[in-house]
Ligand binder design. Structure first.
Ligand code: SF4
Length: 702
């Protein structure tokens, strides 16, 4: 760095993009963020950062930042004071709740907040506003992992550590393109020096990650559950299961054994496209190695069978005893920087601390810790994300408050969504950037972003990391914590009852430490000071584990089911919901690229990222390209029963199977979620983003 550009100070922090959770320093000069560099002492990234992390300071200075609160007047969004914005939204919420009931107000949150902000928002919405129609955009990416863990192991919570990638003999990467989506995680695989180390990638698409594999398994789209049932069949057929582990730690083996008779190898080979010999080799790999780790992301989760597919992976680990030991475990890699924070604290899929809705004992315990009347705590989960959208369509929900998320790029079936959102009496967007959804809002709460506020993020390996404030919030924007706290004062008695003497994020964190004490996600031993000293701590962290725990379900940490045994579940595979047809003969797969972040609200104005990935593209198999008479660099259109996307640049590549294409979902100019179907996993509510029957048109526009 030249002397002229040299920062005056370096602020210890954590990356605010993905769930890997890299430690970094923000360089500040003259009150402006001017540099980002990796923290060489941080276990997660050891000084390295991906392109997004390296340019993260530029996001703070984006021209798309929102400087002041805004209110729509005469059809235009106009700057307003905080008093006007809070006054308008609070009076509308009160009117709507009086006329239509408390639940007519709904909130869709994010995985981008700090944990203190999640906890404060959840408490305000569920206890203060008394509506349980509250969910997060994490339902678009992680909900199936949450529900899979819950139904198999009794609680949510990724089981392992990044260290397990360094210590495993065999690593299965399932529907997980970590080279693009969790790039720094590859560091831990590269550090693995085990003699028998083998990386097996299971994915219908030969993504960048498959290039680091020893074995690539090109499973047919959405047949993964059948594949894992088939492997379980072979393990039991061959007597390869770990009988001792199963007897001591699980229930359901008898039922599973019977159920799997529907998944003999030849049948599974027909479904998955993986030949019988390979199926036996894969099953053998699971049992012949001492340490087997499976990691998955959206390829598994974003499915109408997402929850059960997660459980089918867990089944394999329970059958073989590959769990709770170094280098083993079924490991869900999270997407966003603090998806874990919302899962643990946020009142969405459970009450704070993974307490189950409907568990009266847990509810009473929570009420007594935070000193609120038991009767105001919801007994059941409200609507999930997609159910909130449906309830708006029906006229049941009249006001929607969206925080740090952009459904008008990220949700399925965009044309339908846009029509539904237009039915709202009030749409409030709390955001740092004027994204697509904020642009149609009635009121905007101008939020500070990463680097402008303080708190903690928890990454995929349950490591709580400190993120610090380096610069003042842009314009008149406020931290999300301050927004929620100040907004709560517009509702009589709410601030006093739920946030007594709360002034800073630390106040929320201290309550969260008490609330989580004794739960699986126990933060009681974690302090801000310890986090900076140790570069992150993995929960549970308490008197028993003063510096945290590397993995769950060891001898010291039992499963969270009533009988403390994990469940071997009998799970059914189903064919695609929307099969290909003569009219729509191609399967569309969507995903991400390393250079952009989600809907690009944060990354689109970062020059280097925009230069690297300026627009969407469509990957087309060479034989399909030949039939369509298109070549790399041409432009084409895609259509489904729900709409059409034009002017997408073609990339001819063997990385996609014949009859399938891949398009990244980041780009609002080529909005691929125009095509995707609104069908969901019934258990998790996660959309089935990955398989849409479409037609390709060799002309770029009609
Ligand atoms: Fe940030 Fe994820 Fe990149 Fe690490 S891998 S620098 S956490 S975006």
């Amino acid at each position: 760095i030249s002397d002229e550009k040299k920062p005056d100070k370096w602020i210890f922090s954590t990356c605010g993009y993905c769930g890997v959770g890299c430690g970094l320093y923000i360089g500040v000069k003259d009150g402006k963020a001017v540099y980002t560099k990796g923290n060489p002492k941080h276990f997660v990234n050891q000084g390295t950062l991906c392109p997004k992390g390296l340019s993260e300071h530029q996001m703070i200075n984006s021209p798309h930042r929102i400087a002041t609160p805004m209110i729509r007047k005469d059809g235009e969004l106009q700057s307003a004071s905080w008093e006007e914005a809070f006054g308008k939204v609070s009076s509308e919420f009160k009117r709507i709740q009086k006329e239509h009931g408390n639940k007519a107000v709904a909130v869709i949150g994010t995985g981008q907040f700090l944990t203190e902000e999640f906890y404060t928002l959840g408490k305000f919405v569920q206890l203060g506003l008394r509506t349980n129609n509250y969910d997060g955009n994490t339902t678009l990416c992680m909900a199936s992992a949450v529900m899979g863990y819950k139904q198999s192991l009794g609680s949510d919570g990724p089981v392992g550590s990044y260290e397990d990638f360094e210590k495993a003999d065999t690593i299965f990467l399932i529907g997980a393109n970590i080279a693009d989506n969790h790039p720094i995680l590859t560091l831990h695989i590269n550090k693995n020096k085990r003699e028998k180390k083998k990386v097996i990638v299971i994915d219908p698409r030969a993504s960048k990650t498959s290039q680091m594999a020893d074995v690539y398994i090109p499973v047919k789209p959405r047949t993964d559950l059948a594949l894992f049932n088939g492997l379980a069949y072979i393990i039991l057929e061959q007597g390869w299961e770990n009988e001792g582990y199963i007897a001591a730690n699980t229930t359901g083996i008898k039922e599973l054994r019977k159920h799997l008779q529907n998944y003999p190898p030849q049948e599974v080979a027909n479904i998955t496209g993986i030949d019988v010999k390979t199926l036996y080799e894969l099953a053998r790999e699971f049992v012949s190695q001492e340490r087997v780790l499976s990691a998955w992301t959206m390829g598994v989760n974003q499915s109408f069978m997402g929850t059960d597919t997660v459980s089918s992976i867990i089944n394999l680990h329970l059958l073989t005893g590959h769990i709770g030991r170094e280098g083993t475990g079924p490991f869900s890699i999270t997407g966003q920087c603090n998806a874990m924070g919302t899962r643990e604290t946020g009142f969405t899929s459970s009450l704070p601390g993974y307490r189950n809705f409907g568990d009266e004992k847990a509810l009473k315990e929570y009420a007594s810790i935070v000193n609120v009347p038991e009767e105001i705590i919801p007994r059941e989960r409200g609507y999930k994300y997609a159910e909130i959208i449906d309830a708006i369509d029906r006229g049941e929900i009249k006001a929607l408050w969206i925080t740090a998320t952009n459904p008008l790029v990220s949700f399925v079936n965009q044309k339908k969504l846009r029509k539904i959102l237009a039915k709202l009496d009030l749409l409030v967007a709390q955001d740092a950037f004027l994204g697509d959804t904020a642009q149609i809002a009635d009121v905007i709460f101008a939020a500070a972003t990463w680097g402008e506020k303080e708190g903690v993020y928890t990454n995929s390996e349950r490591r709580c990391n400190k993120a610090n404030k380096a610069v003042e919030p842009y314009g008149e924007s406020k931290s999300d914590f301050d927004i929620i706290l100040e907004f709560s004062k517009y509702f009589e008695g709410v601030n006093e009852m739920f946030f007594p003497n709360w002034h800073e994020p630390r106040d929320a964190f201290e309550e969260w430490r008490k609330v989580s004490k004794g739960q699986l996600c126990d933060y009681s031993g974690i302090t801000y000071e310890l986090l900076e000293e140790h570069g992150g701590i993995q929960w549970p962290c308490n008197e028993q584990f003063p510096l945290g725990s590397k993995r769950l379900y060891t001898e010291d940490i039992p499963f969270r089911t009533v009988d403390k045994k994990a469940k071997l579940l009998s799970l059914e595979w189903h064919p695609m919901l929307e099969p290909v047809s003569p009219e729509f003969p191609v399967i569309l797969n969507t995903g991400r690229t390393v250079e952009q972040w989600h809907t690009r609200t944060k990354t689109r104005s970062i020059e280097i990222l925009d230069n690297l990935a300026p627009e969407a593209w469509v990957d087309v198999n060479p034989s399909d390209a030949k039939k369509l008479q298109v070549k790399s660099g041409d432009r084409m259109s895609l259509s489904s029963p729900r709409g059409r996307v034009d002017n997408v640049i073609v990339r001819v590549t063997g990385s996609v199977r014949q009859g399938t294409v891949f398009v990244p979902f980041h780009f609002n100019e080529q909005l691929v979620n125009t095509l995707t179907q609104d069908s969901f996993c019934p258990k998790s509510g996660e959309p089935n983003f990955k398989q849409t029957a479409i037609q390709l048109h060799s002309e770029a526009v009609p």
